[in-house]
Design a protein around this ligand. Structure first.
Ligand code: LLP
Length: 434
């Protein structure tokens, strides 16, 4: 039996996380329940940072808060000295409500509104990652109105798309994000921002994909960008102070996944950039990265109560839990795979193969297909591993199902960090017909 993150079995045979019995957690906080072992999040954050420190490279490790944005999580990121990537006014607001130092916030997005950009400027956030020509003009206007100057990165699409083990090299990337690195767009954008008095151009950003298990894609992206930097030094007298290579470092959702350790991504990236910079006689830029999933993914589990069962003879046995696509839409949206055990007897021998269904009115609301489990008894509790990234952050109220609570556990202490939604919460914004 493989246990994910810091889960294990305690002396009474129950699944535990962060030193706490999951049955206790379910009893005290109800189900479905998101549980995060924050010690593991801290460990991951530290290993990313250490990898840069060891190689004496100036860096920022920015937590991509889209993976899981709540006040407590942002505060944890702050405690660990991370920077923060936000992609909306809502994520920015959360960061500010958490008291996150605004100078370490980076603002992303392909369609930031005027209001969002104004908010970012008013709070003097660290930098805006400019995504397109429309944004250059919008930001210029706002800076002009506010007579202010802003730090910016330009997001480029380097023509590399990486997915887990595959990376695809495309001449011209078909993406809604960023300036194309190959077709002259980025030079036009760079010329524009460099000539404006409102921008302090820090450097270049790219993000090549998510759940990537190899470094090849990152190294190729670095190569393509640094080659361009060498060119721009000559043609535009521009030298980047920052090279941001985005996030996307993969994690282990199932036994089949074999990610490399966070530090290895970083050390290989650094080695490559150092070598390229030397080759082209450039000044070593700061390297920024933006891990989301790899900081929080395997630190989180979801606990569900098992309810109804349906046997389709010769075909399949369905077991339904008290949550589903409302708290984890990833299986329905991406055919994402998860593993799970019975939290009250994780070591019991599996005797059957079942498929875990959610409780939403939709056939596609399945959490796990073909999961080996022991016989099911009254009050069994299912623990799904690695739900820490893009679970809560993509949760929704389909069928008016309230969103679960979130609990942080660390060293035997459990802290409620997001309350369970109530029925009253669900109708809070509704107004009557008359
Ligand atoms: N930086 C940028 C610019 C990004 O677009 C993303 C993710 C990240 C960093 C963080 O990527 P990570 O390290 O978490 O892979 N909802 C999908 C994932 C979408 C990722 C979008 N961008 C999922 O559930 O798999």
């Amino acid at each position: 039996m493989y246990f994910y993150g810091t889960t294990g079995v305690n002396n009474i045979g129950h699944l535990e996380i962060g030193g706490i019995d999951t049955l206790e957690l379910a009893k005290n906080f109800g189900t479905p329940l998101y549980v995060y072992d924050t010690a593991l999040i801290r460990e991951r954050a530290r290993s990313f940072k250490k990898a840069f420190e060891e190689q004496q490279v100036r860096a920022q490790v920015a937590y991509a808060s889209k993976a899981f944005s709540t006040i407590a999580m942002v505060q944890l990121a702050e405690e660990e000295g991370l920077s923060l990537d936000v992609v909306s006014g809502g994520e920015l607001y959360t960061a500010m409500a958490a008291g996150f130092p605004t100078e370490r916030i980076h603002f992303h997005g392909n369609n930031k509104s005027k209001e969002e950009l104004e908010m970012a400027l008013e709070h003097k956030i660290g930098c805006i990652v400019i995504d397109n020509f429309y944004e250059i003009e919008l930001l210029k206007t706002i800076c002009q109105e506010k007579t202010t100057k802003v730090n910016v990165l330009l997001r480029v699409t380097p023509g590399i798309e990486a997915h887990t083990h595959d990376y695809i090299l495309t001449g011209q990337e078909d993406s809604k994000f960023g300036f194309d690195l190959q077709n002259g767009q980025v030079e036009a954008a760079l010329t524009e921002v460099l000539s404006s008095e409102y921008f302090n151009v820090l450097g270049i950003h790219c993000h090549i994909g998510s759940q990537i298990f190899e470094t090849t894609g990152f190294l190729l992206a670095a190569q393509k960008i640094v080659e361009k930097l060498a060119e721009w030094k000559e043609t535009l007298s521009f030298e980047a102070k920052v090279l941001n290579l985005g996030g996307g470092f993969g994690i282990r959702y199932t036994k089949e996944d074999e990610p490399i350790p966070p530090a290895q991504y970083v050390s290989e990236i650094i080695k490559e950039v150092k070598q390229l910079v030397e080759q082209f006689s450039l000044t070593m830029p700061e390297i920024w990265i933006e891990p989301g999933r790899s900081l929080v993914g395997d630190a989180g589990i979801t606990l569900y109560k098992i309810g109804s069962a349906k046997d389709v003879p010769e075909v399949r046995k369905y077991l339904a839990v008290d949550g589903g696509m409302s708290d984890n839409i990833r299986p329905a949206l991406y055919q994402a795979k998860y593993e799970a055990v019975l939290a009250n007897k994780p070591l019991a021998v599996s005797t059957q193969t079942v498929s875990i269904a959610g409780k939403c009115c939709e056939s596609g609301d399945m959490l796990i297909w073909d999961l080996p489990l022991p016989e099911i008894e009254e009050d069994d509790l299912l623990a799904v591993f690695c739900t820490g990234a893009y679970g809560y952050s993509m949760a929704n109220n389909y069928n008016r199902i309230p969103r679960p609570a979130v609990v942080f556990v660390e060293n035997g202490i459990a802290t409620l960090v997001v309350k369970r939604e109530t029925y009253e919460d669900l109708i809070q914004l509704d107004l009557p017909l008359k």
